[in-house]
Structure formats: structure tokens, C-alpha cells
Ligand binder design. Structure first.
Ligand SMILES: [Fe+2]
Length: 164
């Protein structure tokens, strides 16, 4: 994976697949805060190079140190400005329509990146298993069709059949 578009496609595939089948609700994102009740980057459980050759080291480093850190910084600025210190990330997102664009966008970016770091891991599953695998086979006749549907959608900006 060499660029932002591939990263987004992979993230969308993983998150979309999990969300589609209701699996995401089983992956809790507990966002940590510092002593000032402000959000902080989660520790990575693996190095930036750990997902090579699927995601290259530089891509991982940029998404962690620049993108994710940027979302956290901007979320904290908005939290302070709107006096929301101490409100959990899940509570912010649970009432997302009541919050400013800055809270919505940056809380979403923080959550999505945190979710991504948890989903990916070196030596992890090479293919879906259990309930997710059964749902993919039932709905799309297998992971090859799922990957093709997402790849086609990424190229055309269309929502894959059965995934809209
Ligand atoms: Fe990113």
C-alpha cells in the first residue's frame, strides 16, 4: 500500500465490512485522556513497519503522527473552546448532531483512526472468520466478490451492490 487512496480503501474495506455486519459494535474504542481531560493518541501495539508489505512504514507513520495527531489536537482545541472536557469520545459521537463541525469532524477522525489501529495487527487474520466470514459468504458469495465490489466502488465512487 503506497498512497493515501490505498490506505483509505483498505480502511473503508475493513471498517465498512465490520460495520455492515454489526461486528464493529464488538470492537470498543476506549479513548484515553490526559490529566487535563484532553484526548491523547492511543499507544500503537506495533511498530510503523509492522504491517509491511501491506502498508508501508511511511504511510503508517504519517497517519499516526500527522493525521491522527492532527485530529486529536483539533478535537482538543474544540473541546476546550466548547467546554466539553471530560465528555468521552463515545458520548461526543453518540450525540454528534448536537455538536459543532469541529467536534464532529475531529472526534470522527480520532475514532476512525483509533479503530483502524486496533483492527490491523502484524500476523493477524488473513481472512475473515466466524460470523463475519459467514455473512460475507451468504451475502456476496465470498471475500473475492467483497474485495472486487469495494475496489470497483473506490474507482467509481459508487456504493457496491448489497452494501448501500
Ligand atoms: Fe489518516
Amino acid at each position: 500500500m503506497k498512497n493515501r487512496r490505498d490506505f483509505i480503501k483498505t480502511s473503508a474495506l475493513a471498517a465498512g465490512t465490520l460495520a455492515l455486519y454489526g461486528i464493529g459494535s464488538k470492537v470498543a474504542i476506549a479513548s484515553e485522556t490526559n490529566e487535563d481531560n484532553l484526548f491523547k493518541l492511543p499507544d500503537l501495539e506495533y511498530g510503523f513497519e509492522a504491517l509491511e508489505p501491506y502498508i508501508d512504514t511511511l504511510t503508517m507513520e504519517i497517519h499516526y503522527t500527522k493525521h491522527h495527531q492532527g485530529y486529536v489536537n483539533n478535537l482538543n482545541k474544540a473541546v476546550v473552546a466548547e467546554k466539553l472536557q471530560g465528555v468521552s469520545l463515545n458520548d461526543l459521537l453518540g450525540k454528534v448532531s448536537k455538536h459543532s463541525v469541529a467536534i464532529r469532524n475531529n472526534a470522527g477522525g480520532h475514532y476512525n483512526h483509533s479503530f483502524f489501529w486496533r483492527l490491523m495487527r502484524p500476523g493477524g487474520a488473513k481472512s475473515p472468520k466466524g460470523e463475519l466470514a459467514e455473512a460475507i459468504i451468504r451475502e456476496l458469495s465470498g471475500t473475492d466478490n467483497l474485495q472486487k465490489a469495494f475496489s470497483d466502488a473506490a474507482k467509481t465512487d459508487l456504493v457496491p451492490v448489497g452494501l448501500g
